[in-house]
Design a protein around this ligand. Structure first.
Ligand SMILES: *[C@@H]1O[C@H](CO)[C@@H](O)[C@H](O)[C@H]1NC(C)=O
Ligand SMILES: *[C@@H]1O[C@H](CO)[C@@H](O)[C@H](O)[C@H]1NC(C)=O
Ligand SMILES: *[C@@H]1O[C@H](CO)[C@@H](O)[C@H](O)[C@H]1NC(C)=O
Ligand SMILES: *[C@@H]1O[C@H](CO)[C@@H](O)[C@H](O)[C@H]1NC(C)=O
Ligand SMILES: *[C@@H]1O[C@H](CO)[C@@H](O)[C@H](O)[C@H]1NC(C)=O
Ligand SMILES: *[C@@H]1O[C@H](CO)[C@@H](O)[C@H](O)[C@H]1NC(C)=O
Length: 681
């Protein structure tokens, strides 16, 4: 402990560094971190000699296992398998050694209100060769265990190879037949870094910043919920008045493959990164959003969560249901720069490392037979076209195409039990999905620019080493007739609508002058009431512009102290005549959180309304600064008697107003004429 405190002091001058080092040297004799001296010496030696250093494993001590390769040294608790120490580049522990040893680097799993560390009971050396060590920390569930133990067998693995500036870890979850039922809400890996050193966070090219500290949050003012804090007394005055909220740093799975921290103030900056080379084991598909890094300094890779989706995505195991899945491996990467002004290069280097890891996926070195190597995986390829109504078919450009466990169209977005494999089609609609774990799947797709979900009509069974060619597939998006009018772009996001400026006193400086990220600001939901204090939004087809006139979230009006009012948005449009047959209202939502959209045409006295979505969703996208959650599509038949020649109004009432966060985000709205004869074929 003492040693850790002294190491936490910022080391600015070399002589100071040496003095601290000497002190640590003395204290270190009492400490578990004695290995620091050895590692530091190695670090000072010639760089190239380390690339060939053999991997050493020391498990003589019954409480810890130390694995080193001359570049990094990992200390794991025995038999639990927590990462309690990680030394690199002369830093004894990049993790927060003030925390308990089970609270620095670990996997955990959440079932309802219970969050449990993945903690092993049996340590095993899986392999120990000169160039690679793999160890296992296994916990086997038994019915005699108390209720705080999730009924899943968990095998945590750590791999260190010679020459690597980082290590791999993965966890295998298994339920043999006969285990009790359980519902899983979250599975993730967490690293808590040394706060005195890591102060600069990077999650994308444009989203990186110097971050406030835990203490800055503690001395701040909580806003509408505990995660959102306004910094009142930050140690660095430049953060004063800013909002900090971990949900401002979320990303879609497809863009959430490397995130981490840099010691931006050190003379020789060090970076710590979690690299997630594949999304195959994550839930909810490529556009599911999740947390990345945030104040702590904390670095996460989320494997399964309900964030931006709600309880609908929880994984339910029935009593007796057998199961096995490998989460990972992920790569914990460390890098360093030779001078302070180079610190941003650590982000570029981490991205480069990610692309190398992606190239090497699936890895050929994990020893678990449950991790399927490349030559035992399958490939699926084909071509997707879209035929929308009577229009000629066109290539599905940039479509999201993926395999997930069999289920109805669109079910992939709430699926988390199995693996998912996604790709994007090219401009000709061609796609290829490689490295698919053998098994039975459905092929799913959705195409930006078109509504609805594609699913292939039969299950697809992937066999080891096989390639399936589906040739030409055609997606017919829902459409009953020609478009009369439309609002927005069918892309499952509300980003194209009007996103207001944040309150000047509630900003996150990271998002100043970043129009694409404006939605990540705190408090935008309150802006509806500012813009529409008495009368609700009216959208005039042919006159209004959805980028300016369609507020991105249909939320209640705030009328007082915790009092809210349902709001009705009117869409006015003209019909030159009313045709025989049914019109169709295509109502696509990008998010719903305990909201309800009620629909009337021209007369709101009907009770119940002509159509209602009913109360739906729980993705909490509004307080979590998302621009979409789960996708919902309602195709509503509108018999001609509801419409008139001349002026018509569509009324959309978001009837739920229990809180400011009950509402929906629209993706796209379209009114179609009745089917024409040809379409009736
Ligand atoms: C775990 O270790 C204990 C004690 O060594 C042993 O009795 C038990 O069989 C082991 N369990 C597994 C699943 O390996
Ligand atoms: C054909 O496509 C155009 C735009 O691409 C659209 O406006 C029109 O409604 C479509 N017609 C039908 C019948 O699908
Ligand atoms: C929307 O339509 C309803 C029903 O006709 C009407 O009462 C309301 O005033 C309209 N809203 C606005 C802002 O015009
Ligand atoms: C809000 O209501 C609560 C309880 O009725 C009351 O104590 C509080 O003073 C009110 N706040 C404001 C700003 O009116
Ligand atoms: C609206 O509907 C109600 C109930 O169906 C009806 O009594 C009323 O006359 C209608 N109003 C108009 C303006 O059509
Ligand atoms: C028109 O819509 C009504 C109301 O949904 C439905 O009952 C009827 O079957 C539809 N008619 C046709 C031809 O689809």
């Amino acid at each position: 402990m003492k040693m850790e405190r002294c190491m936490n002091k910022r080391v600015i001058l070399l002589w100071w560094y040496i003095m601290v080092f000497q002190l640590c040297f003395i204290l270190g004799a009492y400490s578990e971190n004695f290995s620091f001296r050895r590692n530091l010496k190695k670090f000072d030696n010639v760089e190239s000699s380390r690339a060939n250093s053999p991997v050493t494993l020391n498990n003589q001590n019954s409480e810890k296992v130390v694995i080193s390769n001359g570049i990094i040294s990992i200390t794991l608790s025995n038999p639990e398998g927590y990462v309690r120490g990680l030394s690199y580049a002369g830093i004894d522990n990049v993790l927060d050694a003030r925390n308990e040893e089970n609270d620095r680097g670990y996997f955990d799993i959440t079932s309802g209100k219970l969050t449990q560390r993945v903690d092993g009971t049996n340590f095993t050396v899986i392999t120990h060769k000169e160039n690679i060590v793999e160890v296992s920390f296994l916990r086997t569930w038994r019915s005699s265990m108390d209720a705080s133990n999730v009924p899943i067998n968990m095998d945590q693995r750590y791999i260190l190879r010679s020459g690597d500036s980082g290590f791999y870890s993965y966890v295998i979850f298994e339920r043999p037949k006969g285990f009790p039922g359980v519902t899983i809400h979250q599975i993730r890996t967490v690293y808590k870094l040394n706060e005195a050193r890591f102060n600069y966070m990077a999650i994308s090219d444009t989203r990186q910043r110097k971050m406030p500290s835990n203490r800055d949050r503690e001395t701040g003012q909580q806003l509408a919920y505990p995660e959102a804090v306004q910094l009142r007394n930050p140690s660095n005055p430049e953060f004063k008045g800013e909002v900090d909220d971990k949900y401002q740093y979320s990303s879609e799975n497809q863009y959430n493959q490397v995130n981490g921290w840099i010691t931006a103030e050190s003379e020789k900056p060090v970076g710590f990164w979690i690299i997630t080379p594949s999304n195959e084991f994550r839930n909810g598909g490529p556009v599911k959003q999740d947390l990345t890094s945030h104040v702590g300094p904390i670095c996460l890779s989320m494997f399964v969560s309900t964030h931006y989706a709600g309880k609908q995505v929880a994984i339910e195991f029935k009593e007796g249901e057998d199961y096995k899945k490998v989460f990972g491996p992920i790569f914990i990467y460390l890098n360093s720069a030779s001078s302070n002004d180079q610190f941003k290069s650590l982000w570029s280097d981490a991205k480069q490392k990610l692309s190398n890891e992606v190239k090497n996926w699936p890895y050929d070195f994990p020893q678990s037979k449950d991790f399927i190597p490349s030559n035992q995986r399958g490939t699926l390829q084909g071509n997707l076209k879209v035929q929308d109504g009577m229009n000629a078919s066109q290539n599905a450009y940039n479509a999201y195409i993926g395999l997930a466990l069999p289920g109805p169209a669109g079910s992939w977005q709430i699926e988390g039990k199995g693996y998912q494999f996604w790709t994007r089609s090219d401009k000709n609609g061609n796609f290829i999905i490689k490295n698919i774990v053998p098994g039975a799947y459905n092929l799913f797709a959705w195409v930006p620019g078109f509504i609805g979900d594609y699913t292939y009509n039969v299950d697809i069974t992937i066999k080891p080493g096989s390639t399936i060619n589906l040739n030409s597939l055609i997606y017919n998006p829902p459409r009953n007739g020609p478009t009369l009018w439309e609002i927005g772009i069918p892309d499952r996001s509300a980003a194209e609508f009007f996103v207001p400026n944040p309150y000047p006193n509630l900003i996150n400086k990271l998002y100043i002058n970043k129009p694409m990220d404006k939605f990540r600001n705190y408090g935008l939901w309150n802006r509806y009431t500012d813009l529409y204090p008495e009368n609700d939004l009216v959208y005039r087809i042919g006159i209004s512009n959805y980028q300016k006139d369609w507020f991105f979230a249909h939320v209640p009006r705030i009328i007082g102290n915790k009092t809210y009012q349902a709001t009705t948005w009117n869409v006015t449009f003209k019909l030159s005549n009313v045709l025989n047959g049914n019109y169709t209202l295509q109502l696509a939502l990008a998010s719903a959180s305990y909201g309800e959209v009620q629909v009337w045409f021209n007369n709101m006295s009907d009770d119940p309304p002509y159509f209602t979505t009913n109360r739906i969703g729980g993705d909490s996208v509004i307080p979590r600064h998302g621009i979409h959650g789960l996708y919902w599509l309602f195709s509503i038949q509108v018999p001609r008697v509801h419409l008139v020649k001349g002026d018509n109004t569509l009324h959309l009432r978001q009837s739920r107003s229990g809180s400011t966060f009950e509402g929906v985000l629209y993706d796209y709205i379209r009114l179609e004429s009745p089917p024409t004869t040809k379409l009736n074929l």
